[in-house]
Design a protein around this ligand. Structure first.
Ligand SMILES: Nc1ncnc2c1ncn2[C@@H]1O[C@H](COP(=O)(O)OP(=O)(O)OP(=O)(O)O)[C@@H](O)[C@H]1O
Ligand SMILES: [Mg+2]
Length: 318
């Protein structure tokens, strides 16, 4: 399988020599035609990595190659090969979707017949053809995100980079965006997707890289990653602590037989156990004795949340 993206020891330190090491010497490949996700919590280094790959931010170490072109030496070729859908929305509110796309198309050096054709195609892909002449200020958050995807697709890139495109939008818009990405991929588009939602990474990805504190701590298919956790189950409890000390309870639960990890959130307890059936009774007793109330209990098959917990001792989400 050929690699369309190769990342080699890529690093970024903001404000050197003392600033944050946002990305530490990461290396990975993206195969041509796959959806590769970078999954990681806030501040993991996802946006920094994408910004370097799209030549918007200079790296402080290493290099990366897009379709054989170095991000340090062949900037124009890299920019031609990739489409970027950034986290922040960069659209002009007082003009229409079509006019916004025309503006961005010209920024890419496009014009004439080709630009008009691509405008129609991209508006269609984004599901915005019937709203193309409406001003952006009348758009919902989800529609703006879809228009952002259209902008990223305009110049027919080989690889599409998306930075958490579903954050802060309603479930229906999220569904549309995920389906659009899948359809693009089925038509041959290579996708680099970043997210902190494990469900999205699980649904979309051929392969996943888990990034935390600027380091790529695991990489593989979902099956390969979950295998690393072994036969463990996850138990997720929604709890009302009712004044019970979460830290004490966490420490007690960690001592229960068969429990390997416990993390408390504001209203959750996430446990990794050898076998949910045998561990559950003790867990429920400890939680109730501490005075906390269990509102919901879920036993999960090994999933990415479990992989993250296993590797870091922390929860991917609260
Ligand atoms: N311009 C900047 N100057 C200094 N530090 C920065 C800058 N941008 C990001 N950082 C820091 O670099 C680290 C990685 O940030 P980055 O934005 O890449 O993470 P992220 O994974 O995209 O997070 P999020 O999920 O919140 O978008 C964080 O510690 C962040 O505070
Ligand atoms: Mg980010």
């Amino acid at each position: 399988m050929s690699n369309i993206v190769e990342v080699r020891q890529l690093a970024k330190q903001y404000n050197p020599p003392d600033g944050v090491m946002a990305v530490h010497d990461i290396s990975f490949e993206i195969h041509s035609g796959e959806i590769f996700s970078l999954l990681g919590p806030n501040g993991a280094g996802k946006t920094t990595t994408l910004s370097m790959l799209s030549c918007l931010l200079a790296q402080t170490g290493g290099d990366a190659f897009v379709d054989g072109n170095s991000i340090s030496e062949d900037v124009l070729k890299v920019k031609q090969a990739i489409g970027v859908v950034p986290q922040e929305i960069a659209l002009y509110p007082t003009i229409s979707a079509r006019e916004n796309l025309q503006f961005w198309g010209r920024m890419y050096g496009m014009g004439g017949q080709r630009l008009e054709q691509r405008l129609d195609i991209c508006l269609e892909i984004a599901g915005l053809a019937d709203r193309a002449t409406d001003k952006i200020e009348t758009y919902s958050g989800g529609m703006k995100r879809r228009l952002n995807i259209a902008v990223g697709l305009l110049h027919e890139p080989k690889v599409l980079l998306l930075d958490e495109p579903t954050v802060g939008i309603d479930p229906q818009s999220r569904r549309r965006i995920l389906d659009t990405i899948k359809a693009l991929n089925e038509h041959g588009m290579t996708v680099l997707y970043t997210t902190h939602y494990m469900e999205e990474a699980e649904e979309l990805s051929d392969r996943i890289g888990i990034i935390d504190h600027g380091e790529l701590i695991a990489i593989g298919t979902l099956a390969e990653l979950t295998r690393r956790v072994g036969e463990h189950d996850n138990i997720r409890l929604q709890v009302e602590f009712n004044g019970a000390d979460a830290a004490d309870l966490t420490a007690q639960l960690a001592m229960c037989k068969g429990v390997s990890q416990v993390v408390a959130g504001d209203s959750t307890l996430l446990l990794q156990v050898e076998d949910a059936d045998t561990a559950l009774a003790d867990i429920v007793v400890f939680v109730s004795q501490a005075g906390a109330h269990i509102r919901q209990l879920e036993i999960q098959e090994p999933n990415l949340e479990g992989v993250f917990l296993h590797l870091t001792g922390r929860a991917l989400r609260d």
